[in-house]
Design a binder for this molecule. Structure first.
Ligand code: GRG
Length: 295
């Protein structure tokens, strides 16, 4: 691993922010409402968790940040599109996101839909045009991103979510929804790192398992924070799951068991990381950091 050993994750987030802005500026040569709207959402305060997972995983296989940063930005764009569309009145109807009014409130519903559409399509153009990466790897990246953001993964998770409002879901179905809705982009991030780093099939299988565990634990933590935190500290509406009558991990098994499950998933992820014969220190630090909040 190179850079992230010496740099803090805050520095890495700043590097990602700058690259995201450059990639958007590459498209728009003059002032444009779509450009403004995209930047409003994409460049607002966010953790950049998924791109950090791409870069840290690639680093474990000695891939330099200058190669992994654009694929990492592609995943952040897809993630941001999903948040913009999720907030729309026809979906979760949330007015507040990333610490400020949601995009459809700040602009309009049609601009928010189109900004989301742009953030869904542009990453595929970027991946197809990547430099310094073989055509075979580009194809694997495109296929992975299309699959993980597609009808049997991210979109499927959203469908389960929207069609189950007001219903009591089984723990199995809640876990399936979380796996599809939340883990899919985290999984894609680890898979991107593995593709860039030419990981073996065995390593890929382990990284996929870690992506599933981390994604599920992250969503359970989000379910707990929705109950225990304020809107200000979350940067999005608190208690929204209850208001929207959503089945969550907390409503299903209770807060204490939910906390125990996070601990278990985190430990399993760390153990799996340590089973890979690569320098996975950065990934381990990232997993620790993700679950360091007292929830
Ligand atoms: C619209 C197809 C479609 C899918 C939407 C991602 C999603 C599916 C909905 C967003 C709502 C939600 C609660 C998702 C769970 C994942 C999650 C906790 C998202 C927020 O991710 P963070 O915390 O946010 O990484 P930042 O703003 O830091 O990027």
């Amino acid at each position: 691993m190179q850079k992230t050993h010496n740099t803090t994750f805050d520095d890495l987030a700043e590097k990602i922010n700058l690259r995201l802005e450059d990639l958007i500026d590459d498209v728009f040569s003059e002032p444009d409402i779509l450009c403004e709207a995209v930047k409003y959402s994409l460049l607002s305060k966010a953790k950049r968790l998924r791109p950090m997972f791409v870069i840290a995983t690639a680093n474990a296989f000695n891939v330099k940040d200058n190669i992994s940063i654009d694929p990492a930005c592609c995943i952040e764009m897809i993630h941001t599109y999903s948040l913009i569309h999720d907030d729309l009145p026809s979906m979760d109807d949330d007015d507040y996101r990333r610490g400020k009014p949601s995009l459809h409130i700040a602009y309009s519903e049609s601009i928010a839909i189109l900004a989301g559409d742009f953030l869904l399509t542009y990453p595929f153009e970027l991946l197809a045009n990547l430099e310094g990466i073989s055509p075979e790897k580009k194809l694997q990246l495109v296929k992975t991103l299309a699959h993980r953001s597609g009808g049997n993964e991210l979109i499927k998770g959203q469908i389960i979510d929207l069609t189950s409002e007001g219903k009591n879901l089984s723990q199995t179905l809640i876990e399936k929804m979380h796996r599809k809705k939340t883990a899919s982009m985290i999984l894609a991030s680890l898979e991107f790192g593995a593709i860039l780093g030419d990981a073996t099939q065995h390593e890929r299988n382990i990284l996929q398992k870690i992506g599933e565990f981390v994604g599920l634990a992250f969503q359970i933590q989000d379910d707990i924070l929705d109950v225990t935190s304020s809107t200000d500290s979350l940067g999005k509406p608190a208690k929204s799951d209850m208001i929207n009558k959503k089945a969550t991990y907390v409503s299903c098994v209770g807060i204490d068991e939910a906390r125990l499950h996070i601990k278990d998933l985190k430990q399993k992820s760390i153990n799996l990381l340590r089973s890979i014969d690569r320098n996975t220190n950065d990934l381990e630090i990232l997993v620790e950091k993700l679950f360091s909040k007292k929830v």
